[in-house]
Design a protein around this ligand. Structure first.
Ligand code: FES
Length: 147
């Protein structure tokens, strides 16, 4: 066998094995990468949701309801006014709740506080809650995104 022919065979084998190893790594890593980067899902377009019955919420009470894929919060203030917000804290997305004892909207994760107008008043939340629009039809309270 000639020396040049040996080199050609060795080079071919190196390229063949290198390609096989790369292909094998690709087969393993591709599904892992696809799993770690989830596909973009379109936001569920919620136009209007039945949040509660009027008779269900007394003054100084609240109700958490499903607003598409997010939670919403409906509050009847001590004065009887209805307010609705996306119940997602603007700090790190925890679900907020109404504290009737303090008359604030409160985030238990890091003691974030919002007033009844949804404004961030204490703790780490950087911005107000997202308000929702309320429409009352008979005894039903419908909530929709603000225009
Ligand atoms: S997530 Fe609400 S205060 Fe941090």
């Amino acid at each position: 066998m000639v020396d040049g022919e040996k080199k050609n065979r060795r080079g071919f084998l190196q390229v063949f094995l290198g390609g096989g190893i790369l292909g094998y790594l690709g087969m393993i890593l591709y599904p892992v990468v696809r799993f770690m980067i989830p596909p973009e899902l379109p936001e569920a377009g919620v136009s209007s949701v039945l949040a509660a019955k009027v008779s269900e919420i007394s003054p100084n009470q609240s109700k958490i309801f499903k607003f598409g894929r997010k939670p919403g919060i409906l509050i009847r203030t001590p004065e009887g006014e209805l307010k609705a917000y996306e119940a997602i804290c603007t700090h790190l997305d925890c679900t907020v709740q109404y504290r009737s004892d303090m008359q604030i909207i409160w985030c238990a994760c890091h003691n974030g506080q919002y007033d009844l107008n949804g404004l961030n008043i204490a703790g780490p939340p950087p911005r107000p809650l997202t308000p929702l629009e309320i429409n009352i039809k008979g005894d039903d309270i419908y909530v929709s995104p603000t225009a």
